[in-house]
Design a protein around this ligand. Sequence first.
Ligand code: ADP
Ligand code: MG
Length: 292
Amino acid sequence: ATPTAVTVGIGRGAELGVLVRNGEALEVSKNLTTVVFDKTGTLTRGKPDVTDIVAFGMPEDRLLAVAAAVERNSQHPLAVAVVRRAESAGVTVPASERFNTFGGRGVSAVVDGEVVLIGNQPFLLERGIAVPPKAEMRVTAFQDVGKTAVLVAAGGELAGILAIADTLKPTTRTAIADLKRMGLTVTMITGDNPRTANAIAREVGIENVHAGVLPQEKAQEVRALQERREVVAFVGDGINDAPALAQADVGIAIGSGTDVAIESGDIVLIRDDLTDAVAAIQLSRKVMSRIK
Ligand code: ADP
Ligand code: MG
């Protein structure tokens, strides 16, 4: 394409609420084969709520208090949900020390002299916490309806489960349908577990899911697609997503996302609306093919 085409594209993009930071991205966009979406904060709002509390051998309020004591130290959306729930329940949150975070798995701290672990099932299992079949059934049931089950262990034993649910953004489903109609392969990538990820994917109409992906592995997944000669757009919002946004042929960042993500994007969506990502791809196809 001529430089004029890119200039026209950038101008039209601006009118559509699509900020083109890298003009080359428009040229690449017309050859796209695959669009990869981050789940949390991209397909979903990223502002989850605690929906269910299952306590084992302690009152629900105690479970919530202990969990909030640890999660108070974390910025993760799941942590924010737990702390918010503790606040609204009016529980007194004890102090914590020796906080630790295990990227993509969970967190830990010492509360009232006991080691408290909070995270997904693999995280608890690798720390030697037994998850009895009855608890595992609860976890599975939550995941099958698209909730993230956060397990809490205290003093070496499973203390409870907090089910946390995020809601889809209003236009997510429409955007996915549009992209598929345009002949593109749509894929979801997430650090969340496969069951929860698949439940959400079904809801939005995505058939390809890569779940349980550690933060540092997202870019590798994009590279693997490129090695299979796919031309890849990655859409994401988080700090975790920055390397994948940079690796993708076209990085599309959500404007309300983290600064690191925005700086790594070729294209930034001003509004928090995935149909604008569709508009950006349609725009590049139109402008780049017409003006040559
Ligand atoms: P996502 O791709 O959804 O942003 P992350 O890679 O941040 O996911 O985390 C993956 C999983 O690790 C979460 O679904 C959760 O099970 C667990 N996890 C991470 N951080 C926390 C936390 N602060 N509290 C509880 N669980 C956590
Ligand atoms: Mg995200």
